[in-house]
Design a protein around this ligand. Structure first.
Ligand SMILES: [Zn+2]
Length: 297
């Protein structure tokens, strides 16, 4: 009985010590940022980070930090770690995609009820619960605009710089959208097989008709029936092109390609990278080039 009691006291002391260390760390990071007059913007994952990093630019008063790792990919099965919670505890603003992408959002809201959270896809038209909205250039531009608003709200001192950065970035995105619209004449009505849900937004923007879709990602594996269905869609529904995600769709795409006369392309879903600021621009440019090649423009 005594032993248990001491054990409990020891645990309590350990808990208190850890709590104090954590609290000290949080207070210190708050104090540090206050001294530097820095606004901490935390983003949930890659495409939101890239957009925010472009808006913040070289502004010394805004620090953008990503919650997940650059190679995490989508956040469908993402679990928050204690480090993530610690980072969020010192954030001034938390930028997320929304549209169901961050399933942990209710936990964050519960833990930090006063944290400003902006769901950048909130006002966009979402097709069939598909959260991969950044794959549509016009929608991504709207996300960037929402991010610019949020950052200006959190860091009014740097509003002019942030708006100028956002405008310059939007100019580049508009350039991509113009290229996309220019080839839509050649892509419109073309039939494809899609092996990732993210391509639904590409298909919509380019007027492609998806005759068969499988959503192959970290949560979904391919069964024999799906191989047969995908092959059947290529053979009987007139799809000349398969769009597949490089990590999860390659095996199935290559299997189909052995059996049928079809071209396979791997458009970037833009959820992984090395944090290069132009990674969205470069990834989308590459997709435009792929689709030009696929549909002969
Ligand atoms: Zn995804």
């Amino acid at each position: 009985m005594m032993k248990h009691k001491y054990g409990f006291t020891a645990l309590l002391l350990l808990g208190l010590t850890l709590g104090t260390v954590l609290l000290a760390g949080i207070l210190q990071s708050h104090a540090g940022r206050a001294a530097r007059q820095e606004v901490l913007v935390v983003t949930s994952f890659y495409p939101v980070y890239i957009a925010a990093a472009n808006v913040a630019g070289d502004c010394p008063g805004i620090r953008v930090q990503n919650l997940s790792e650059p190679q995490t990919g989508c956040l469908h099965d993402f679990q928050l770690t204690p480090e993530d919670m610690k980072l969020l505890s010192s954030a001034d603003l938390f930028l997320v995609n929304g549209a169901g992408m961050e399933s942990f959002l209710s936990d964050v809201k519960e833990a930090y009820p006063s944290l400003a959270i902006v769901e950048t896809a909130k006002d966009l038209s979402i097709s069939e619960d598909n959260g991969h909205v950044w794959m549509s250039i016009p929608r991504y531009r709207a996300q960037v605009a929402a991010i610019a608003e949020a950052i200006c709200g959190a860091a009014p001192k740097f509003e002019r710089e942030a708006r100028a950065n956002a405008d310059a970035y939007d100019e580049m995105l508009l350039g991509l959208q113009t290229q996309q619209e220019a080839i839509a004449g050649a892509t419109k009505g073309e039939r494809i097989v899609s092996l990732h849900e993210a391509y639904a937004y590409l298909a919509a923007d380019y007027g492609l008709e998806v005759v068969y879709e499988l959503n192959l990602d970290e949560e979904r594996q391919v069964g024999a029936k799906e191989v047969a269905d995908a092959l059947d869609a290529v053979r009987t529904k007139g799809a000349r092109v398969i769009l597949a995600e490089d990590v999860y769709g390659r095996a199935l795409a290559e299997t189909i390609q052995k059996e049928a006369d079809v071209k396979v392309y791997y458009p970037d879903t833009l959820v992984r990278g090395d944090y290069a600021k132009d990674s969205y621009i470069d990834g989308m440019q590459n997709t435009i080039n792929l689709l030009k090649e696929a549909f002969g423009e």
